[in-house]
Write a protein that binds this ligand. Structure first.
Ligand code: GDP
Ligand code: MG
Length: 370
């Protein structure tokens, strides 16, 4: 995307440059008033400051699409929480996700093509929970920068034998910036060096206060290796979800976000999407970033074909014209015409922006040589 100087952004927001610098600093971005920040960061800080970032112009097809989305809004119903796992490297994020996947995901029918897709959902006796299997703070930030508010709850994994480390603090900051509640998973309690109370005390320094200390953060001691305490974590997530009263339009045409995508030799473009509203079904026409298409098949996390997917459920989609980007939104539309028009208009606009950027870059090169 395009870059903007902090001073220009401040002017657009009718704010003091220093206040924007401060807000950036809180987000962990060091920039002076005269420095440029990239488009994603500009969008984030704008929203951080309580403003809404709006695209400079909306095209005809885009407004038709918007009207279309507004028209399908129906009754809301409770939906499952979507959880992202964060934490310092080696504290056990992957192990925890793997343990839950291995032991809690309802297995598909025999013969299903087991594929590791970037998200999965589990059914517990307290309800369904979806996990985004893409740990990585950068992925979280860039999704958010693109306007994709995917995550309802952050599970912060802290190894009980290592304590609070830089990426632990980063995780706390990401969750705060996104306005998403935290649940702390104090991991590796099977180890003899484990010291959970040390973790709780260190987290106090980040203003993350355990319930037993009078705070409002649930903390669960567990082992991703033995599985001890993992059920307690799932319960804590369900409890937090209840408090959040998460809702979505359950029926009607679907909207959602791309979590990951690839080009499969045999199957063509494949996108794992998270449905956010409505029901995505086989045969639906959709526009997805600059791509469009008709859903040829849907697969769950077990590689099993499913007819539909509802809110908070991740699903693999076949049938797109090309590979969309992670973070792209998708919208199901009535017919192919609108899907194609929107996609083509977006594509044209993207090329245009790219050309402008390239010209800008060349100008900078020339200036740099002067
Ligand atoms: P990540 O970098 O946060 O994804 O951490 P990993 O899941 O890759 O785990 C890092 C290392 O810690 C691996 O060697 C894991 O086997 C180990 N590990 C993770 N969870 C536990 C646990 O609960 N107990 C023990 N003893 N080891 C663990
Ligand atoms: Mg990992």
């Amino acid at each position: 995307g395009e870059a903007i100087t902090v001073a220009d952004l401040a002017q657009k927001l009718a704010m003091k440059g220093g206040d924007v610098v401060k807000a950036l600093f809180k987000m962990g971005v060091m920039a002076t008033i005269t420095q440029s920040i990239d488009h994603d960061t500009a969008v984030l800080v704008t929203e951080e400051l309580g403003h809404t970032a709006v695209r400079a112009d909306a095209d005809d097809a885009e407004s038709e699409l918007l009207a279309h989305v507004e028209n399908v809004q129906g009754d809301k119903a409770a939906r499952p929480p979507v959880v992202t796992i964060m934490g310092h490297v080696d504290h056990g994020k992957t192990s925890l996700l793997d343990y839950i996947r291995r032991t809690k995901v309802a297995t598909g029918e025999a013969g299903g093509i087991t594929q590791h897709i970037g998200a999965y959902h589990v059914e517990t006796d307290k309800g369904v929970i979806s996990f985004l299997d893409t740990p990585g703070h950068a992925a979280f930030t860039s999704m958010r920068a693109r306007g994709a508010k995917l995550t309802d709850i952050v599970v912060l994994v802290v190894a009980a034998d290592d304590g609070v480390m830089p990426q632990t603090i980063e995780g706390v900051q990401h969750a705060r910036a996104a306005g998403v509640p935290l649940i702390v998973a104090i991991n590796k309690i099977d180890k003899s060096e484990a010291d959970p109370s040390r973790v709780k005390n260190e987290l106090l320094g980040q203003d993350v206060v355990a319930e037993e200390f009078g705070g409002d953060t649930q903390m669960v001691e567990l082992s991703a290796k033995t599985g001890q305490g993992v059920d307690n974590l799932l319960d804590a997530i369900s409890l937090q979800a209840e408090v959040l009263e998460l809702q979505a339009v359950a029926e009607g045409r679907a909207t959602g976000v791309v979590i990951e995508s690839s080009l499969d030799k045999g199957r063509g473009p494949v996108a794992t999407v998270l449905v956010q509203q409505g029901q995505l079904g086989k045969g639906d026409y959709l526009v997805c970033g600059v791509q469009y298409g008709r859903v040829r098949a849907l697969f769950d996390e077990n590689g099993k074909q499913v007819p539909t997917a509802g809110p908070s459920i991740p699903v693999q989609v076949l049938g797109l014209s090309g590979v969309p980007d992670a973070g792209d939104d998708f919208v199901v539309v009535e017919d192919e015409r609108l899907a194609k028009e929107v996609a083509q208009q977006r594509d044209a606009k993207r090329r245009e922006t790219r050309l402008v950027n390239q010209a800008g870059n060349r100008m900078e090169d020339i200036m740099a040589q002067m």
